[in-house]
Write a protein that binds this ligand. Sequence first.
Ligand SMILES: Nc1c(NC[C@H](O)[C@H](O)[C@H](O)CO)[nH]c(=O)[nH]c1=O
Ligand SMILES: CC(=O)[C@@H](O)COP(=O)(O)O
Length: 186
Amino acid sequence: MSTSKDFSKGLPTQHNVLDGSKLRVLIVHARWNEKIVGALVNGAIEALVERHQVPHDHITIETVPGSYELPFAARRLLDVSTRSGAPRAITATQYGYDAVITIGVLIKGETQHFEYISEAVTHGLTRVGLDTGVPVIFGVLTCLSDEQALARAGLTEKGHNHGLDWGSAAVEMALLGQANVMPHTG
Ligand SMILES: Nc1c(NC[C@H](O)[C@H](O)[C@H](O)CO)[nH]c(=O)[nH]c1=O
Ligand SMILES: CC(=O)[C@@H](O)COP(=O)(O)O
């Protein structure tokens, strides 16, 4: 049984060896809650580049106003990626990216806006992934306070930047099903 002392948040590290050097990754992030979103985006990029060797020029970053726009933008940007003449991704889909990381920070206010947006974004992003066959990483924090959001972006003393996990999740999911890429996890 783990205690709070040896409990560490985030993904375990055995998949950090996955080679993402041939992958093309799209990051779409909201501009709401800019400071927190910025830290999460940086965490995702750090994981892609430093843990998984994704080349900087294989990472495309686009922004949208708020989290509600993320599902539409993810789908639209995937669709135009097939028409842009960009080099093809390594996965066998018609799209130019092997994975999409969507990032936003929803913080509960006084009304039910938070609940409606959270639910719509969650379902929308799930749908984009299943409809396109391109893994869509759910990098949307749904927080009840500013403090919760800051901690999950690694901006507090004991916080953990979830963007790091999202970068690794994107690589793992992009490589899913490809021969000889999964480390033996015993
Ligand atoms: N309140 C938050 C929003 N709200 C904006 C919506 O996401 C959307 O842009 C607007 O309703 C227009 O369609 N977005 C966040 O990302 N975070 C929030 O806390
Ligand atoms: C995430 C939200 O929708 C929220 O920030 C909106 O705040 P409010 O409910 O006070 O309008």
